[in-house]
Design a binder for this molecule. Structure first.
Ligand SMILES: NC(=O)C1=CN([C@@H]2O[C@H](COP(=O)(O)OP(=O)(O)OC[C@H]3O[C@@H](n4cnc5c(N)ncnc54)[C@H](O)[C@@H]3O)[C@@H](O)[C@H]2O)C=CC1
Ligand SMILES: O=C(O)C(=O)COP(=O)(O)O
Length: 527
């Protein structure tokens, strides 16, 4: 295996580079590149480790000809074009918990800074003014905190706020009533939160649903004297409307760690009384940066060296421990998918993957992705486990997954069935000696074959003399037969023949074979 190469393109704790080196991954740290400069070098790398500064756009991905994985040392991945990465088969991972406490603490810090006007009081005092009567704050005790988003960070903010004796209400469509009770908070609709909250903090990702969630219209619905903290993403608040609300006095204070355009070197909000800002520092503590650096380096190394997938946003997880056990199953799954893909034509409305016996006890999600990758390989050269499920969806293929713990004839079995216009057709395979993929059933006929290299699939009438004729034809054309696998529905009925051959079979030979007496179908196969 050639040594994988990773580029760290944003400032990261040195522990990340150390881990890559210790694990045998080549690492370059090149930060502060423009998109054009990044485009020029990205083609060399198998992995890219980023924070929020690097924008992994479609154009960057197009130039990333070797890229297999992007690792975000942090949480938000709105700087990565995930659909484009998925379409290219690039895994995108983040480190979902490493900086959550730190970011929650920053939100609480900003809430206090607003409540007591700390930055302005500090500037005035250090300017020698001693304006004791100018700064009159508010207590947070007994006040209502409105959380928009109650996931990891929002929940930590809630627990800290409850400790400060605040009342916490939350708007989060995905928050279950049980979880709200567990957190000791009240789940409310957005309008009610806006009406009741003395402080509002935001903790959602930036998505099409959350963009501009504090719009001008929604800001107008807030309680007079509200104080707002955004440590999540710029784009969640209408910045111009926020400025107007601060100027009119309806909003008593606002603290932004994040801005619609970053780096925010200029903003109409700058200099507004009761406005506080920090330069996207939510995750910037030494503890959090060490956490996310270690996690991202371990995750990328596991993926590039062992095939382990952790915290991926566009592909099912597969731990580094599971990966070696699943590897032969993935190979089997991909071969079965490929066989079905090569032997079926026309539109396929449904594909079902059935895991039986030992296979059913494993993580079948990656096997399903491998079947789809094999199946779609006929249609696209760039398909892999990451983009296959997306391609299948795009093509309107329904994917079903079935598990049966009970063993059948085999200790472990994978069956791939497709719905075609001619009805349901299925192939099945097992693992010999627990690692070698073998086909054991082909469209209802028992066979036993290794699916490898160049092969020929022949359906013929089960009659004497056929095997000799096909052997002669291939021999006359200089094609050496490697293995020969026969199966039949019943004596004298339909038989199938799977041949492995040492070289590709030219179209002319396929044509001659299909004209041999009794032959119904001949197809070349490649694995
Ligand atoms: N300022 C900074 O340096 C940092 C900012 N962040 C930001 O904080 C965000 C939240 O992080 P986590 O809590 O870890 O994420 P999370 O995924 O655990 O929680 C997000 C919550 O938002 C909720 N949500 C989704 N759509 C919503 C909607 N339309 N309305 C209301 N709620 C909605 C989800 O149900 C979920 O509970 C990240 O996406 C990131 O953008 C994260 C770390 C550092
Ligand atoms: O983790 C996140 O979502 C953050 O926003 C942190 O961003 P950063 O890594 O500090 O640029």
């Amino acid at each position: 295996m050639t040594q994988p190469k990773v580029l760290i393109s944003d400032k990261m704790d040195p522990k990340a580079a150390q881990i890559f080196r210790d694990r045998g991954v080549h690492v370059d740290e090149i930060t502060g590149k423009t998109p054009e400069e990044l485009k020029a070098i990205i083609g060399e790398y198998d992995g890219l480790a980023i924070r929020s500064s690097t924008k992994v756009t479609k154009q960057i991905l197009e130039a990333a000809t070797n890229l297999k994985v992007v690792g975000r040392a942090g949480i938000g991945v709105d700087n990565v074009d995930i659909p484009a990465a998925s379409a290219k088969g690039v895994v995108v991972m983040n480190t979902p918990f490493g900086n959550s406490i730190t970011t929650a603490e920053h939100a609480i810090a900003l809430m206090f800074a607003l409540a007591r006007q700390l930055p302005e009081a500090d500037a005035s005092t250090q300017a020698g003014k001693w304006e004791k009567n100018r700064f009159m704050g508010v207590e947070v005790t007994g006040k209502t905190l409105g959380l928009i988003g109650a996931g990891n960070i929002g929940s930590i903010v809630a627990s800290r706020a409850l400790g400060l004796r605040m009342k916490v209400v939350a708007f989060d469509p995905f928050l279950t009533p049980e979880r709200a009770v567990e957190l000791g908070i009240e789940k409310v609709e957005l309008d009610e939160l806006l009406r009741r909250a003395d402080f509002i903090t935001l903790h959602t990702p930036l998505t099409d649903q959350t963009r501009n969630i504090l719009s001008r219209e929604n800001l107008a619905k807030t309680k007079k004297g509200v104080r707002i903290v955004n440590c999540a993403r710029g784009g969640l608040i209408d910045e111009a409307a926020l400025k107007d609300g601060l100027d009119s006095g309806h909003i008593a204070g606002a603290a932004l760690d994040v801005f619609e355009t970053e780096p925010a070197k200029d903003s109409p909000l700058f200099g507004t009384p009761n406005f506080i800002s920090t330069p996207h520092l939510g995750a910037s503590t030494s503890e959090a940066q060490v956490n996310v650096a270690i996690q991202v380096a371990e995750q990328l190394s596991d993926f590039l060296l062992l095939g382990g997938i952790t915290n991926a946003l566009n592909v099912p997880s597969l731990s580094a421990e599971e990966a070696p056990r699943l590897k032969p199953y993935m190979a089997l799954a991909e071969k079965l998918g490929s066989l079905v893909g090569q032997l079926t034509t026309g539109t396929i409305p449904r594909i079902s993957i059935h895991a039986e016996g030992a296979a059913s006890e494993l993580n079948t999600k990656p096997m399903v992705a491998a079947v789809l990758a094999g199946f779609l390989r006929e249609q696209s050269d760039t398909v892999n486990m990451v983009n296959a499920p997306f391609l299948a969806k795009e093509r309107g293929i329904e994917v079903r997954e079935v598990r049966t713990e009970k063993e059948g004839d085999y200790h472990t079995l994978l069956r791939v069935s497709v719905k075609t216009s001619a009805g349901e057709r299925s192939v099945a395979g097992t693992l010999f000696s627990n690692a070698e993929p073998r086909l054991v059933e082909l469209f209802g006929i028992k066979v036993e074959a290794e699916l490898a290299g160049h092969m020929m699939y022949i359906v013929n009438e089960d009659a004497p003399g056929f095997i000799g004729r096909i052997g002669t034809l291939l021999g006359e054309n200089g094609i050496n037969i490697g293995t020969f696998n026969l199966g039949r529905r019943d004596a004298g009925g339909e038989a199938v023949l799977l041949l492995s051959v040492d070289s590709p079979v030219p179209a002319g030979v396929i044509d001659q074979a299909s004209k041999l007496p009794g032959v119904k179908l001949v197809r070349p196969l490649k694995f």
